[in-house]
Design a protein around this ligand. Structure first.
Ligand SMILES: NC(=O)c1ccc[n+]([C@@H]2O[C@H](COP(=O)([O-])OP(=O)(O)OC[C@H]3O[C@@H](n4cnc5c(N)ncnc54)[C@H](O)[C@@H]3O)[C@@H](O)[C@H]2O)c1
Length: 353
């Protein structure tokens, strides 16, 4: 089978994970890159030996050697680039979040159906080896039915600035940026139950705390703290039609004692802490048992997670597999995220039909 020709749009921080993983995949060949910032695009092309460099995504999409693309740009361009690529006959791996609004998400879903091409949403945590281990415990019935999940992604000072702080380009703050990962991971492991309602809050209290000194955090390629219109903290209770519920809180700025990443699921026969350290909580012979798997990484390992995501995408493009993170899951996630923002604005629970 011939190699899948890859084009990457957006060559900022996260593109590095995509570039490395495609380069490691013997079935893929990176043939084109595109960024508004030509110097950045040229530097990446040189580093990875990519023959074609563009600053206009339409030129990249008209290159017949590009069979599939990664969208690694600001969230406000995810829908535009994904739809244009599908219409140009390319497969798409789009970074999370799928887009900014439910309307855009539905337009992308319609374009996937029309085009017959593949679209994979970059829910990279689904591809982590620990997620696979948890799934095998869940599928064997070891944990029973999951009826409650709880997740936190707390950064005390972690607004990446630049476009991340600009609601027009990002669609929101920590909820849509990091909340999407942990909410999706819980929802995926809970068996993707249909959402019944969400009740949430989004607070704009502390700003981006750019005054804080001697503390390093993730930053956008074009970092600037000057414009910040996104929330600092969001929390929510999400109810599902099967009666299960999910409690979440996420922040870019918070007066918390320490940063925190937790993902916990509770079932009728056992529980599991996926983060910060994979641990199964079981009951055997009338005894409670905390079981820690003996594996290389007890937390999410970025490099192998991205490699697995990209390897899976290439197999999907070759027609060998169904994606683990299809467009309809991206749509459902946008319903949850936008529902939480709407609930915060209205100050009441949002109930879905
Ligand atoms: N999966 C993950 O764990 C993860 C982690 C970080 C970021 N992301 C996602 O990846 C995407 C990019 O994030 P980042 O941190 O790399 O941002 P970044 O700001 O570092 O890079 C974005 C790049 O996109 C380019 N760009 C923007 N609009 C463009 C356009 N119209 N045409 C061509 N290039 C354009 C910018 O010039 C910039 O180089 C976001 O959607 C973000 O949510 C995912």
């Amino acid at each position: 089978m011939s190699k899948i020709g890859i084009g990457i749009i957006g060559l900022g921080t996260i593109s590095e994970m995509h570039l490395k993983a495609y380069q490691n995949n013997p079935e893929a060949s990176i043939v084109a890159v595109c960024d508004l910032n030509e110097e950045r695009a040229r530097a990446k092309a040189e580093k990875y030996g990519v023959p074609n460099v563009y600053t206009d995504y339409r030129e990249l999409l008209s290159n017949p050697d590009v069979h599939a693309i990664s969208v690694c740009t600001w969230n406000n361009t995810h829908a535009l680039f994904s739809i244009a690529a599908l219409e140009a006959g390319k497969h798409v791996l789009v970074e999370k979040p799928l887009c900014k609004t439910v309307e855009e998400a539905l337009e992308i879903e319609a374009a996937v159906r029309r085009s017959g091409k593949q679209l994979q949403v970059g829910f990279v945590r689904r591809y982590g080896s620990n997620t696979g281990i948890v799934r095998s415990f869940l599928e064997s019935g070891e944990l029973g039915d999951i009826y409650f999940a709880k997740t936190s992604c707390i950064r005390r000072v972690g607004n990446p600035g630049g476009w991340f702080g600009d609601v027009e380009r990002s669609g929101g703050g920590p909820l849509i940026d990091v909340g999407v990962h942990v909410i999706d991971l819980c929802w995926y492991l809970m068996g993707r139950p249909k959402v019944r309602s969400v009740s949430g809050n989004a607070y704009h209290k502390l700003g981006n705390r750019a005054n804080i000194r001697n503390f390093a955090s993730y930053k956008a390629a074009d970092y600037s703290p000057d414009h910040n219109t996104v929330e600092d903290l969001a929390n929510a209770m999400i109810r599902f039609e099967n009666g299960a519920s999910l409690l979440v809180d996420v922040s870019f700025s918070l007066h918390a004692k320490e940063d925190e990443l937790t993902v916990k699921l509770y079932g009728t026969r056992g529980g599991v802490e996926v983060e910060p350290k994979l641990t199964f909580v079981l009951e055997k012979h009338d005894t409670m048992l905390n079981a820690v798997p003996q594996i290389n990484h007890l937390t999410f390992d970025f490099a192998s997670g991205f490699q697995a995501e990209i390897d899976h995408f290439i197999a999907v493009c070759q027609g060998g597999k169904e994606t683990l993170s299809p467009v309809e899951d991206g749509v459902e996630m946008m319903k949850i995220l936008c529902g939480i923002y709407e609930s915060g604005r209205q100050g009441k629970e949002i109930v879905f039909d």
